[in-house]
Ligand binder design. Sequence first.
Ligand SMILES: [Ca+2]
Ligand SMILES: [Ca+2]
Ligand SMILES: [Ca+2]
Ligand SMILES: [Ca+2]
Length: 235
Amino acid sequence: MKKITVSFALIFGLMICSMHAHAITLYIGDADGFGYGNAQGYVGADTRPAQRAGNPHILDPGDALPDRNRDGRVYVNSGDDFDYRDGNEKNNIGNSGVMWTDVSLSRSNPTSPGRGPYRADQAVFTFRFNVPVAGDPDFGQDHFVSLVYADYDVDPMYAEVEGRRVEMKDNQFGGFDGFIWRTYTVVPWNNLKDGRVAVNIIAPKEPFIAFDYVLLGSKALSITGSSLPWLMLLE
Ligand SMILES: [Ca+2]
Ligand SMILES: [Ca+2]
Ligand SMILES: [Ca+2]
Ligand SMILES: [Ca+2]
């Protein structure tokens, strides 16, 4: 009986610790390759396998968004639309903007959120969280927002994080149509104190874009994969 009492005390102690060890790591959407997973059997607009870099289990930075109908381009009205959102994502559960992930944002996609010809231009992601307090590991620390996207090729497009402009690399940088990459920026501690971080997408002329997820954490999303050394140098 004494043993059990000790165990309860231990568990209670751990619970207190985890409650105090508050750190911000939040995803809007999920890291699942835009819903394609590893995209086995799919090719990019350059006819090479869509899966070519980074984590081999998902489409991630350095990979290609699939040219589904193999017409040599990834574009609006080019047979490349997809919608891999689950019910929660479609219904924007949590009101975070998750409905803008894992779906092609284009007018040729009947299930794309948004209105008009440039759907991505209306995308907004909002993180809401409990602000770390003194003693928490993240207290007083600057954080980072990272955004994984695909097929930016019609200027201008950028993200506004807490009102500040964040540039994004386009398909030309990657060297192929449907290029998947990520952008990131620091979010100063002062901007975290209200428990809210907003990310607005500005893309007034972009007819076809996709987002995998947005991450708020204490580190920026790093680029991995031995096939990308030249891109990593250019960054
Ligand atoms: Ca990959
Ligand atoms: Ca196509
Ligand atoms: Ca595009
Ligand atoms: Ca996703």
